[in-house]
Design a protein around this ligand. Structure first.
Ligand code: ADP
Length: 192
């Protein structure tokens, strides 16, 4: 059963690949960004509180995000496998994820990093900002999200590499090519 984390900078394709991997490995796809955007679209109390963070590109405080994630993870259909996208993205969240994982027997068995050159990331995000309604795909917000990624999230790659579960793949080329690269690496693993 796949219990994967997608760890990559904004614009690298976490959402797209996450959905495909969830289909292929028959596990749910959980995206913190999507969960948060759904709360905002619903105008729920939590949505109203987190909106300012998403719009500015800042991280949502853990005390707002954690209950939302737990609710999804422990909800009517408890998880056994998953493709998680967007959490953890700080060392403190990685610590929390590890504690939950040990408690529930759901520690990650693969952490997938998508490698895409910085210029291409900006291009993809600016294009997405023009095509979709994501309010955080503006140049200033993109810069802040990239900076937060570099400072807070990227260091997690080393943490998972040391634990022997990091799979780093080239995230350029077609969507199919990237999916194939990931699945061929995952299929080498013993996903217990
Ligand atoms: P991207 O990775 O392209 O920036 P996401 O959809 O993953 O986009 O996240 C969008 C926004 O949602 C982030 O900028 C942040 O405000 C919020 N968010 C998502 N995941 C987390 C998290 N784990 N911790 C704090 N904030 C988060």
């Amino acid at each position: 059963m796949l219990r994967a984390l997608l760890l990559a900078p904004p614009g690298a394709g976490k959402g797209t690949q996450g959905e495909r991997l969830a289909d292929i490995y028959e596990v749910p796809h959980l995206s913190t960004g999507e969960l948060l955007r759904a709360e905002i679209a619903d105008r729920s109390p939590l949505g109203l509180e987190v909106e300012q963070y998403l719009d500015s590109g800042e991280l949502v405080p853990d005390e707002l995000l954690a209950p939302l994630l737990l609710q999804r993870a422990e909800g009517p259909e408890p998880l056994s496998g998953f493709v998680l996208d967007g959490f953890p993205r700080t060392p403190a969240q990685a610590h929390l994820a590890h504690e939950w994982g040990v408690e529930t027997g759901l520690t990650f068995n693969a952490v997938i990093s998508l490698e895409v050159p910085a210029e291409e990331l900006i291009e993809r995000l600016v294009r997405r900002g023009g095509e979709t309604s994501r309010s955080d795909d503006t140049i200033e917000t993109i810069r802040l999200r990239q900076q937060i990624y570099a400072e807070s999230t990227e260091p997690l790659l080393e943490y998972y590499r040391e634990r022997g579960i990091l799979i780093a793949v080239d995230g350029t080329g077609t969507v199919d090519q990237v999916t194939d690269r990931i699945t061929s690496r995952l299929d080498e693993l013993d996903l217990n």
